[in-house]
Write a protein that binds this ligand. Sequence first.
Ligand code: ATP
Ligand code: MG
Length: 277
Amino acid sequence: MSPADVIIDLKGVSKRYGVGDAESYALRDFDLTVKRGEFIMIMGPSGCGKTTLLNILGLLDKPSEGEYILNGQSIERASERKKARLRAKKIGVIFQDFNLIPHLSVLDNVTLPMVYAGYTKTHRELMADKVLDRFRLQEREYYMPYQLSGGQQQRVAIARSLVVDPEIILADEPTGNLDSRSSHVVMEELKEIHSEGNTIIMVTHNPALTSYATRVIHMLDGQIDTDIKTVDDDDLPQPVEIHFRKRKILKEVKAALSGKKSEDLDEEEQITEEEER
Ligand SMILES: Nc1ncnc2c1ncn2[C@@H]1O[C@H](COP(=O)(O)OP(=O)(O)OP(=O)(O)O)[C@@H](O)[C@H]1O
Ligand SMILES: [Mg+2]
C-alpha cells in the first residue's frame, strides 16, 4: 500500500487529565494507522478512552502528547482556521443521543454543517434535498426533532453528518439508544456509506454489530488490547469512488444553479479543484 492510502495516523498520542496525585490517562501512548475505506469498530469497557479517542480524531479535543496526522498533514501545526475547515468538510460526527438542535426543523438541522462549511443558501437547500431524499426523510423535512422517533432522529443525524460529503465518519455508539429494528436500519445505512469508499470509525458495546466492520479494536485502560482486521487492505472500497461521487454531486448542483443539464456545462463551468476540496 502506498502512503497515500493512509487517512489517519496517530503516533504516541496520550490524553492526560488532572495533575499530581489526581493525574490520570484517558489515552496512553496510543498508535493507530487507518487506511482509507476501513470500517473500524472500537470496543472496550466504560472509561477505557473510546470517546476521548473519537474526540481527538474529530478535532474536538487535543492530545496532551503525540502526533495526529490527518490526510498527510500534522494537525499540531495546522492553524485554527484550517482545523475548523477540516472539521466542517472532511469529518462527519454521529452521537449516541443524536444531538439534533431541538428548535430547528429536520431541514435546518441537516443544512447546518453547510453553513459552517460556507456554502450558499441555494447550494445548501439543493444538497439537503438530495441527502434527505436518499434517507427517505423528505416528507419529514419540516418536522421538529421531538416529532420523530429515535430511529428517525438518528437517521436525520446521519444525513446531517453526510451532507457535506465527508471522507471520515466518526460515530460514538450511534445505535446505543435505538431498538433492534432501528439499529438495523442505521447499520445498513452506515454499511452503504462505507461501501462508497468512506472511512468509518464507530464505538459500540454491541458485539453483534462487529460483522459490519473490516477491523475490530478492543481497548483497555487507554490502550489497544487487541486489533483484528477481518478484511484485507486490498479489498477495502476504493477512494476513487468517493472522488467520482463528489464530482458528480457538485456537477449536478452547479448545473441546477445555472439552469443547465450537468452534461451541458461549458469547459470553464466544470468543477475546479478548489471547489472540490
Ligand atoms: N473532561 C474530563 N476530565 C477528567 N477526566 C476525564 C474527562 N473526560 C474523560 N475523562 C476520563 O477519561 C477516561 C476515559 O473516558 P471516555 O469518555 O473516553 O471513556 P469511554 O471509553 O468513552 O467510556 P463509555 O463507554 O462509558 O462511554 C475516564 O476515566 C474519564 O473519567
Ligand atoms: Mg464514551
